[in-house]
Write a protein that binds this ligand. Structure first.
Ligand SMILES: *Cc1c(COP(=O)(O)O)cnc(C)c1O
Length: 345
C-alpha cells in the first residue's frame, strides 16, 4: 500500500528521472571549486533569485546559520519571528556558534512581522545593549506567502534603520507561484536569501545561500568551518538542478491539492480548518476534543501519516496526487464515523 505522508514536504523521494540525472552528473572537488555540477547549480540558482552568487549548502539550517555568521559578529543581534525557523528550529546556532543574540517577536497572522513592532525592538546605540544588526523574514511563513508590497516595505525599512535583511526563503518558490511572480521579484531588496531544494522541489538534500559575490566569499569560509564543504557534491547538486528545472511550476498542483484537502476536511464538524487566501501547500486543522494519538494511529492503519498534535499541519508535495488527497479526506471521515458510532453504543 502506498503511504500518504502528510507530515512534511521534506519526505519526497527522488524520482527515477532525477536519479538518472544525478548518476550522470560530471563531478570534481567542490572544496577546490572544481565540481562543475555544483558550480552550475550555484550559477543557475543565483540567476533565479537575482543575486550575483550562491553557495550550495547541505541543509537550510546551515545556510541560515552561515547567513547569520556572515552578517553579524559576536555581541550583535538579529530580529526574527518567535516561531521562525531561524530562531526556533535551528538549535540556537547563531548564539551557540556565533555569539549572536536573537530578538524574537510574534508573527502577525498573515506571516509578516509588524514593522512598527520591529522598530521598537531595535536597540539604541548604548553600551548596555547588543547591536541590532539584522532582520530575518520567512517566506513562505507556515505556508503563507507574504504580500509583495510588504516585502518591498520591509527592505526599505531595513535600509532606513541601517539593518541588513535576510530572507529564509526555504519555500520561496511556493511563494512565487502563489503570488504569480518570480522568485527574483520576491528576493529583490534582500541582502541574502536562503532557499531549500529539499522541500516542495523534491531534491533529497540541499539549500543555497544567495547574495552578492563578496558576501558569498566570506560565507564560503564559514561553510568550510561548519563542515559543509562537500567534495564530489555534484551528484547531489544535480538533483537540485533537476528539481529547479522540472519541479518548480508544478508547485501549483500542491497548492491546489492543499485547497482541495481543506475543502474536504471542512465538511467534518469536529474539525476547524484554516486555509487562508495566501496559504500554499499547508493546511492547518484544529482537532478540538479529538484524541490526536487515536486519530493518527487510525489514519496510519489506513496508510496515512500525520504528526500527533492538537493543531495538525498537513503538507502536500509532489509524491501526493489528487487521489491521495481524496483518500486522506475519506480516512478522516471514516475515523469520525467510527468514533461517533462508538460513543452512541
Ligand atoms: C526546512 C526549513 C529550513 C531548513 O531546514 P533543513 O531541514 O535544515 O534543510 C529553513 N527554514 C524553513 C522555514 C524551513 O521550513
Amino acid at each position: 500500500m502506498k503511504l500518504i505522508d502528510l507530515r512534511s514536504d521534506t519526505v519526497t523521494k527522488p524520482s527515477p528521472e532525477m536519479l538518472r540525472f544525478m548518476i550522470n552528473a560530471p563531478l570534481g572537488d567542490d572544496v577546490y571549486g572544481e565540481d562543475p555540477t555544483v558550480n552550475e547549480l550555484e550559477v543557475f540558482c543565483a540567476s533565479l533569485i537575482g543575486t550575483e552568487s550562491a553557495l550550495y549548502c547541505p541543509s537550510g539550517t546551515q545556510s541560515n546559520l552561515i547567513a547569520l555568521l556572515t552578517h553579524c559578529e559576536r555581541g550583535e543581534e538579529y530580529i526574527a519571528g518567535q516561531t521562525a525557523h531561524t530562531y526556533l528550529c535551528e538549535g540556537g546556532g547563531g548564539a551557540v556558534v556565533g555569539g549572536i543574540q536573537p530578538q524574537p517577536l510574534n508573527f502577525e497572522s498573515d506571516g509578516t512581522l509588524d514593522l512598527n513592532k520591529v522598530k521598537s525592538l531595535i536597540k539604541p546605540d548604548n553600551d548596555h545593549f547588543a547591536r541590532t544588526k539584522l532582520l530575518c523574514l520567512e517566506n513562505t511563513q507556515s505556508g503563507k506567502a507574504l504580500p509583495l508590497d510588504y516585502l518591498a516595505n520591509a527592505c526599505l525599512f531595513a535600509k532606513k534603520h541601517n539593518l541588513k535583511i535576510h530572507l529564509d526563503g526555504a519555500r520561496i518558490f511556493n511563494a512565487a507561484i502563489k503570488c504569480n511572480t518570480t522568485a527574483q521579484q520576491i528576493a529583490q531588496g534582500f541582502d541574502s536569501v536562503s532557499v531549500c531544494l529539499s522541500k516542495g522541489l523534491g531534491a533529497p538534500v540541499g539549500s543555497l545561500l544567495c547574495s552578492n559575490a563578496s558576501f558569498i566569499k566570506r560565507a564560503r569560509r564559514w561553510r568550510k568551518m561548519l563542515g559543509g564543504g562537500m567534495r564530489q557534491a555534484g551528484m547531489l547538486a544535480a538533483a537540485g538542478i533537476y528539481a529547479l528545472k522540472n519541479n518548480f511550476q508544478r508547485l501549483k498542483t500542491d497548492h491546489d491539492n492543499a485547497r482541495l484537502l481543506s475543502q474536504k476536511l471542512s465538511e467534518i464538524d469536529a474539525l476547524k480548518v484554516d486555509y487562508p487566501e495566501n496559504q500554499t501547500n499547508m493546511v492547518f486543522v484544529e482537532i478540538g476534543a479529538t484524541d490526536p494519538f487515536k486519530l493518527s494511529a487510525f489514519l496510519k492503519e489506513n496508510g496515512i501519516l500525520i504528526h500527533e498534535s492538537k493543531i495538525l499541519r498537513l503538507v502536500t508535495h509532489l509524491d501526493l496526487n489528487q487521489e491521495d488527497i481524496l483518500k486522506t479526506a475519506e480516512g478522516f471521515k471514516k475515523y469520525y464515523r467510527s468514533t461517533t458510532k462508538n460513543s452512541l453504543q
